[in-house]
Design a protein. Structure first.
Length: 243
């Protein structure tokens, strides 16, 4: 007793289109035809089709099926390469699941790099936005230094700076800049890799500067930008004085 193409496909758990494709690329031999012109498949075709389907189900490209079936040294290389690829895929999917679990536990971490997920609740919006933008330019070591820096307790003056209104008076801006100066000096000593963002960037100097400048203008108001300008001047004076 023989089977039609559709019956063969059903027995093998595949589709009529797939069987025809295997014929077209030479993976599955064409059967003899009955007197009425219809294809008639036997168990040999079924076994062959099931073998192909198993290899394809393991992730093997159709072009490698004949080589693997030959069971030579090249076949082993192909299978080992496929195994390594699957292992990498599993690792990537496990990492994705860990990140998804973290996002489900804390929706605030959805836009942050994975290493900052535990800080999501505590970070002001400005710092969160900076981290997202900086992740596009900084090296992994620089991002790790940022993670350590942001893990440190936020000072009162740091929290005040983050909530500084745009219309803050000049004396308040000046006071905050002076109080921030020693903190920033300490941060530069503890995390020297962050003292020169261009040197810690994996992008060109021009691109790095564009990300930094646009981030400052976008995420900080005029009073905060004024504080940063004053802070930069104070640090430059200290450096010039050798302190």
């Amino acid at each position: 007793m023989a089977w039609s193409t559709s019956e063969l496909a059903e027995l093998a758990g595949t589709t009529l289109k797939t069987v025809r494709h295997y014929h077209k690329i030479g993976l599955l031999d064409e059967p003899e035809r009955a007197a009425n012109g219809y294809k008639r498949y036997g168990v040999t075709h079924l076994v062959r089709l099931l073998r192909i389907r198993r290899l394809v189900g393991l992730g093997l490209p159709l072009s490698d099926v004949p080589t693997v079936e030959a069971a030579d040294e090249r076949a082993e290389e192909i299978l080992r390469a496929l195994d390594a690829e699957l292992a990498a895929s599993i690792e990537r999917q496990q990492r994705m699941r860990r990140e998804l679990a973290a996002i489900l536990d804390n929706r605030g971490s959805i836009d942050l790099p994975a290493e900052f997920e535990t800080l999501a609740d505590d970070l002001p919006e400005g710092q969160r936005s900076f981290l997202v933008a900086y992740s596009s330019i900084l090296t992994p070591s620089a991002m790790s230094a940022l993670q350590k820096q942001f893990s440190e307790p936020r000072s009162d003056v740091g929290a005040r700076f983050e909530t500084l209104p745009a219309d803050a008076p000049e004396d308040v801006r000046r006071q905050i800049a002076r109080r921030l100066a020693p903190e920033v000096r300490k941060q530069q000593e503890d995390h020297p890799i962050l003292s020169d963002l261009e040197a810690s960037s994996r992008r060109s100097g021009a691109v790095t500067q564009s990300v930094v400048v646009q981030s400052l203008v976008e995420f900080y108001n005029e009073a905060q930008l004024d504080v940063l300008r004053r802070l930069h001047a104070l640090l430059a004076e200290d450096e010039a004085a050798g302190t």
